[in-house]
Every structure is written in structure tokens, then in C-alpha cells.
Design a protein around this ligand. Structure first.
Ligand SMILES: [Zn+2]
Length: 827
């Protein structure tokens, strides 16, 4: 389809903020508030007789910033949507200012959860990282005052092109999801930092989707199935940031800058909070832009219908010190709305927004608060859960309660409470509900990143209230995970890799079990894997109420013939089944599979390996899978030069960043190599490695290595052997091309752009259509020892159980120690 750029206003902004926290919303919206009571059931019997009001324990405190925001929100029914590929790509500053200064309804839409990124603060990767980033994004959105939404497309790591991205996402499916969100949320303006041709492939793809979705959302021929419950929607404007990170300083080819440049000053002071808007968004650089809505207008009838309340023709925000006058004005405004005519259906969302915002303002100004409290921390199928809905009147006027109801498991039930609340009283009702035995668990959350159940099951209390003849509604929600009675919370290792080095040893798995019930549990934890000749190894489980405990389950050694699976002499793949059964039943309460990989990878005998881990346990677990005598090396040991006991030392990826003290102690690492040790250094980022006198960082390698920013992002990119006879590629395991099969995410990052000729470059690889990179695996003799620098992402492959990676890794740690016999070598 043709894109007519000239009809978009291209917005010029300065540098993007760096929001430290990430940003979403639980899709709720106001519709529920006004949903007709189509499925009203009989009132639930109150389990405590609290239908007569009781005095409130707390006095009224008006939250002035909150009230100010609520009043400001009444003046604006426009929606601005910021679309971003990953959490952190959104324009947090702009979103903050639009909401905090102008009361604009702001939403963010993220293509992914950002789960393909690196994690420099913890071991979580992939879906587990996605869960963390989704939660951070929700917290950041609270600070911005925006609502986050996710398209749930997979973040498969760095990508160089939109084409590769669409191969994973599916272009039509991605577009369908974005169009759906535009039709649901009806943004007047869409803003984005992503253009269509520069930077990360996910950014380019998102930029292209926005252009298409902008038109498609308004086209009844596109995704017509969505139109059964939604209408088409045409956003008025699209702004693409010029000079965004990952972009350039000029508009993309074909874009036209209409010169319609409006500005917002993020250094402006928020008069209510006494802080600077930009501080609220946690950002530094002064940026310039302005409300994107200038020149847009509503039809007269709609504008009249949505006219905000005033006092003496002045906005209510000017009366923040006189809450009683504000409340009177709000009551009058809401009473006047009751008989008003409705608005056209293509504007109905504005009425719903302003109505919801009016409810919020009336709640804050009147001091009437609805809360829904869950007494359980999670739900167990077949077991009761308790909720309490409380309405408190901390204000001075009497409030009529026309209805209070509870919504759970898709059914609404009226709650029996007092008819009215005089000043300083509250009423509550407790609901006991048995969680359906068929309820499907939502834990672990990492398994629910893409199925819409990431945030658990939703429960809602809502109330229809009246104060001096003005009606308003309140809503309070809570979300709970659904978990089995006894839950397998963690299995360690999370993937069981074994090799000839440990095939004759008994295996031990650590299992963390949680009893989610308020009563003790007795039963059995069972492990079975017929393929590996393991037939129901059991371990007794006794757990106290709500107790979490780690157990170890042991099994005999796996016989070699089942490990090697005869037909495939090299590697094999399978799984163990773990299950928990209660005493007196053979029906498992819960089950989990553990993926199992046998890799035919051998290491020279009696090797002693030291490793310096960075962020996770990959090295520890991989060395254990190889059956190697390995110990974590502390920075202090390096500082003291206590490395002589190790044949090989490994510095994990980004080790000099994770342990800055390693830089000053680096000469001890190099001395260790000169004395005959083998040192392996996994990939580093350019700015963490290259010599920088200002930061006191010398060249860290024995012969110069200068990193660049080149990556090979296609995990299937061909790999060519430059030195096929080199020992590293042949001993103890012969490495072949097939050892580069089954790789995940990418080949390598920050490949060296310059390296001393004393290094041998062993491999060559490249993304499609790009020049080959030869520096993924560099090795040099130094003194009596060996130095290896490798920018291939071994930690991801080892963590994923790629057999070829175990063979190459075994060769690296064996390098320089051929056919060693007997005791440890002393340098
Ligand atoms: Zn991004």
C-alpha cells in the first residue's frame, strides 16, 4: 500500500529521555463501570453481619496532587498513544508532561515485553526477564500517569532488519494486534520514536506497523472480524520523532516536515507537586515539544456535553485549597449531566473517559473510598478464597449506596451492605468463593507471558453511589495468581545437561516446593524418565501450612546406552517428569517437565577450572554438566594472585563490567597465563573493554584487541572454519559445522574490529548479505600459556543445552592441557 507521508505531521524533538524504570495497563477501561447488570445473581449471604455502618478508623486526608490531577483530567478528553517496540523505548517525558500538565489521556503500546535483552542485574532471561520488565513497565507507567498495553510479540533479541522481525512476528498478525488496540483505545494522536528504516529491526518493524495500522484501523475491509464489537477508528495525527536514538538527525526519506512544530518545555515546574515535570519522568536532557493536539477540535455538541465543571467560570484546579467548593461544583456538574443528551457513537469513548474521570474526582473530593481486599495471596483450585469489599466515607456528607457488587469468575453478585453512609463511617461485606476446581494455574508467570494471563485472575468490586443527588460509581480491583495446592516452584538445574564426564554418577535435582494451603501436606515427589531407565524415584514430602522448602531428589546413574540412545551416537534430547502426589492418591496434584540433553562432549582428565561468574549460574552448571572439577574464583583471589592451582580460568561475559576491581588486578591474570595457565574471556561490550585512560582502563588482553559494534544476530548464520586443523577445533572434541546447529538468539556480539596478528582467528560468520566477521574466536600463545577471547554468545547456548556449544566449550577449557595424566600441573 502506498504511504503518503505528507499527511503526517512530523514532529521534531530532541534527545530521548532515559527512563530508568520501564512502563502498561491492565486493560480495564470504563466500560465495566457502566456495564448493565445482565447477570445479576442473588445477593451473596454476608459472612459477617456488617451491613450496619461502623465508624471509620481513619480521619480524612485530601491528597492534593491526586485531586489536582483528577480535576485537570476533567478538562481533557483527548487520547495520545505512544507506540514502542520495547519497554524503555517509549517517550516517558512526553507522556508525563501530556498527562501531568494537560490532563491528556495517555497510553503506551509496546510490541514486546523486552524479554530478548541482556540482564546485567540478575540471572533471568527470556520469558522470566519479560515478566520482570512487564512489571517494571507497569511501575514506570504509574509515574508517567499513562496506561501501558502490550501486543505480546516475541522479543527474540537484536535484529538488524524489519524483514527478519516480521518473519518471527508474522506481519499480518502483528498488524492485526496493533489495529485492534487502536480500535479499542481510539487515540487521537499517535507518537513514536521509531521510523521505518533505522536501528533495531524491532524498531523498524514497529515503525512500519504504525504507518499501516494508522490507515488500516479506519478501513472496514481490514480485520472485519474485529468490527463485531468495535468500530473503525481513524487517528487524527501521527508523529514520528526525528533524530531519535537509533535513527538519524533528519526525517526519513519521503517524509515531509510540515513545519508544524509545537513545543513542550520539560523543565517547566509542576506547580502542584513542586517538582519539575522532567524530574517526574526521571530524565535529564532538556527537550522541546508541545501538545500534539493544537488545532484539533471537537464537534460543538460534544464539546458542550463534555464541558468541565467550573467555579465562577474558572477551572476547579484554581480552587485546590477549597475542597468543599470543589465538591459542590462537582455535584452540580454531575447532576446536570444526568439529563443531558448522549454523544454520537464515534465520540462515546470521550464521554466514558470523562465520566470515569468524574467518578475519580468525586471520590477524591467527597472522601468516599472503595477498596477490595483479598485475604489470600493466591488461589488454589477447589479451595475457598475470601475477599472483603469496604466502602468508607471519610468526608462530611452522607452518601447513598444504591448498589455494591462483586465480580469474580465472570459472574456479578450484589453485596448486602448499608443503604447509606453518614460522615466518618464505613461498611463492608466479605465474600467467600470457592475457586473452581477446573481453574487453570497462572504460575509460573513466565509461562503466561503470551497467553494474556500474566497478571492472574481479576476480581472487582464496584459501587453505584449518590451524594446530594449526584450519582457516581467507584471500582476497585485486585488480581491473584492461580496455583496448584502444592507447587513445583523451581527445579535446579532448570535444564539437565549431562555428558560422558558424569554419565556414571548419580544425578541429584534440587526442587523447591511450596504448599499453598493453610493445612499441612503429606505426599510424594516423583521423578520418572523411562527413556533414561529412571522408573519412578520417589521422595517423601512433608510440608507445613504455606511452607516452602527445597528438597533434593536423587536417582541412580543413567546407563550409558540409554544416555547415548544407540541410534544417535552423539547427542540425545528428552525430558524428566516431576510430579507431586498426595498420600493415598496416585492422582498428581502438579507436574512439571524438565528438559534433558545428553551432549557427547569430552574434557581432558583431571582438569582444574576456576571461573569468575558475572550475572548467572551458567558457567557453574555447564562445568558441572561436563563433570569438571571447577570452583568460583573470587576477585580477592585474583588480587592476591592465587590462581596457580587452576589449569584454566574463565572470565564470564561482561566480567570486567560486573567486577570493576578486576581491571586493576588484570596483571595477575596475565601473569597467570605467562606462567602456563589458559585464560578464556567471554564477550564484553565495546565501552566496557576498549582501553580508556580517562577511566583508568588499559588494554586488558596480552596483545591488543579493540572491540567494535558488529554483531551476528541470525542464530543460523553460516560459520566457516578458517583454521580447521587448529587444536581448539579438534581436541578433545572434533568440532564440525553441525556444532553450530540449534543455536539460539544470535551468534555473537561486539566482535573485535582490530586484533594483534599474534592471535589466530579460527572462525568466520556473517549475517545474510553482510561482510564476514573473523574475530568471533581468537586464540594466542602468551608466555607458557594461552589466551582466548571469544565474542560468540556461549552463555546463551550453554544455558539452552546446545550440544555443539558444550563440545566447543570443553575444547576451550582443555586448550593447552593435552593428554594430561595424574595430578594437577603446577605452572
Ligand atoms: Zn528498543
Amino acid at each position: 500500500m502506498s504511504q503518503d507521508w505528507s499527511r503526517f505531521v512530523v514532529e521534531k524533538m530532541t534527545k530521548k529521555n532515559t527512563l530508568m524504570f520501564l512502563v502498561l495497563v491492565l486493560a480495564l477501561g470504563c466500560a465495566v463501570l457502566f456495564a448493565p447488570l445482565t447477570s445479576a445473581q442473588d445477593p451473596l449471604p454476608p459472612t459477617d453481619s456488617s451491613s450496619s455502618p461502623t465508624p471509620t478508623p481513619t480521619a480524612r486526608v485530601i491528597d492534593k496532587p491526586e485531586l489536582h490531577q483528577a480535576l485537570l483530567d476533567l478538562t481533557n478528553s483527548w487520547t495520545v498513544m505512544c507506540v514502542a517496540a520495547h519497554p524503555d523505548d517509549e517517550d516517558g517525558t512526553t507522556l508525563t508532561i501530556l498527562r501531568r500538565k494537560h490532563g491528556i489521556h495517555t497510553v503506551s503500546l509496546f510490541s514486546t515485553y523486552g524479554e530478548g535483552g541482556q540482564n546485567a542485574v540478575g540471572p533471568e532471561l527470556y520469558e522470566e526477564l519479560g515478566v520482570i520488565r512487564a512489571r517494571e513497565t507497569i511501575e514506570a507507567a504509574k509515574i508517567q500517569g499513562s496506561e501501558p498495553y502490550f501486543l505480546g510479540l516475541r522479543d527474540f533479541g537484536f535484529s538488524k532488519s524489519a524483514e527478519e522481525t516480521f518473519r518471527v512476528w508474522g506481519h499480518d498478525e502483528a498488524l492485526r494486534r496493533m489495529v485492534l488496540k487502536i480500535r479499542e483505545l481510539r487515540p487521537d494522536v499517535i507518537i513514536t520514536n521509531h521510523d521505518t528504516s533505522r536501528g533495531h529491526g524491532h524498531h523498524q518493524a514497529t515503525g512500519r506497523l504504525i504507518l499501516e495500522a494508522f490507515d488500516a484501523a479506519a478501513d472496514p475491509k481490514r480485520f472485519p472480524e474485529q468490527l463485531q464489537r468495535l468500530a473503525v477508528w481513524q487517528p487524527s495525527r501521527l508523529f514520528v520523532r526525528v533524530g531519535a536514538p537509533g535513527g538519524g538527525a533528519t526525517p526519513a526519506a519521503g517524509t515531509a516536515n510540515t513545519g508544524n512544530i509545537v513545543t513542550i518545555d520539560p523543565n517547566e515546574r509542576d506547580p502542584i507537586r513542586g517538582t519539575i515535570y522532567a524530574e517526574q519522568a526521571l530524565l535529564a536532557p532538556p527537550a522541546v515539544l508541545n501538545t500534539f493536539l493544537e488545532g484539533l477540535s471537537l464537534p460543538d455538541a460534544v464539546r458542550d456535553r463534555l464541558a468541565p465543571p467550573t467555579i465562577e467560570s474558572r477551572p476547579l484546579t484554581e480552587f485546590i485549597e477549597e475542597p468543599d467548593r470543589i465538591l459542590i461544583a462537582l455535584i452540580g456538574w454531575r447532576r446536570g449531566q444526568r439529563s443531558s443528551t448522549t454523544v454520537p457513537s464515534d465520540q462515546s469513548h470521550r464521554l466514558a473517559l470523562i465520566t470515569e474521570r468524574g467518578n475519580r474526582a468525586l471520590s477524591l473530593a467527597s472522601g468516599v473510598v472503595l477498596t477490595l481486599k483479598a485475604h489470600n495471596s493466591l488461589l488454589v483450585p477447589g479451595n475457598p478464597a475470601r475477599f472483603t469489599a469496604s466502602l468508607a466515607n471519610t468526608g462530611e456528607r452522607t452518601v447513598r449506596i444504591n448498589r455494591l457488587s462483586f465480580l469474580g469468575w465472570g459472574a456479578r453478585a450484589p453485596l448486602d451492605v448499608a443503604d447509606q453512609l453518614v460522615a466518618d463511617t464505613e461498611t463492608s461485606n466479605t465474600v467467600d468463593q470457592v475457586t473452581p476446581a477446573t481453574a487453570v494455574p497462572t504460575v509460573p508467570p513466565a509461562q503466561h507471558l503470551y497467553d494474556g494471563r500474566l497478571f492472574g485472575e481479576q476480581f472487582v468490586a464496584d459501587a453505584d453511589l449518590e451524594i446530594d443527588g449526584a450519582w457516581f460509581s467507584l471500582r476497585s480491583e485486585t488480581r491473584l495468581d492461580i496455583a496448584p495446592a502444592v507447587e513445583i516452584k523451581e527445579i535446579s538445574p532448570s535444564l539437565y545437561v549431562f555428558t560422558p564426564g558424569i554419565v556414571n554418577r548419580p544425578l541429584a535435582l534440587k526442587i523447591k516446593l511450596a504448599n499453598n494451603l493453610d493445612r499441612p501436606f503429606r505426599g510424594t515427589l516423583k521423578l520418572s524418565a523411562p527413556k533414561y531407565h529412571i522408573f519412578e524415584v520417589g521422595s517423601e514430602v512433608i510440608l507445613g501450612p504455606n511452607e516452602t522448602r527445597e528438597l533434593t531428589i536423587k536417582s541412580n546413574a543413567i546407563p550409558v546406552e540409554s544416555a547415548a540412545n544407540r541410534r544417535r551416537p552423539r547427542d540425545s534430547f528428552g525430558q524428566f517428569l516431576l510430579s507431586v502426589e498426595p498420600d493415598g492418591s496416585s492422582q498428581p496434584i502438579t507436574q512439571r517437565f524438565l528438559q534433558v540433553v545428553y551432549a557427547e562432549s569430552r574434557v581432558v582428565r583431571n582438569l582444574k577450572v576456576g571461573y569468575i561468574p558475572s550475572f548467572d549460574k551458567t558457567l557453574e552448571q555447564s562445568l558441572a554438566a561436563l563433570g569438571v572439577d571447577a570452583k568460583a574464583v573470587s576477585i580477592e583471589q585474583v588480587q592476591k594472585g592465587e590462581l596457580a592451582n587452576y589449569d584454566t580460568v574463565i572470565i564470564d561475559n561482561r566480567g570486567y563490567y560486573a567486577h570493576p576491581d578486576l581491571i586493576a588486578a588484570n596483571s595477575n591474570l596475565l601473569s597467570y597465563v605467562r606462567a602456563g595457565g589458559t585464560l578464556i574471556v567471554f564477550y564484553h561490550k565495546t565501552e566496557e573493554w576498549n582501553p580508556d585512560p580517562a577511566k583508568g582502563r588499559p588494554q586488558l588482553a596480552p596483545f591488543p584487541i579493540i572491540l567494535g559494534n558488529e554483531r551476528v544476530t541470525q542464530e543460523t548464520a553460516p560459520v566457516t572454519f578458517l583454521e580447521p586443523e587448529h587444536q581448539l577445533l579438534n581436541f578433545p572434541n572434533r568440532i564440525t559445522r553441525s556444532d553450530f546447529d540449534r543455536w539460539i538468539q544470535e551468534r555473537g556480539l561486539y566482535f573485535p574490529k582490530e586484533w594483534d596478528p599474534k592471535y589466530q582467528a579460527l572462525l568466520e560468520t556473517a549475517d545474510e548479505g553482510e561482510p564476514p566477521l573473523k574475530s568471533g574466536l581468537l586464540a594466542a600463545k602468551y608466555g607458557r600459556g594461552y589466551y582466548i577471547y571469544t565474542s560468540l554468545v556461549w552463555y546463551r547456548q550453554l544455558g539452552a543445552g546446545v550440544p555443539g556449544a558444550y563440545r566447543a566449550f570443553a575444547n576451550m577449557i582443555s586448550y593447552g592441557h593435552p593428554k594430561k595424566k595424574g595430578s594437577t600441573r603446577i605452572p
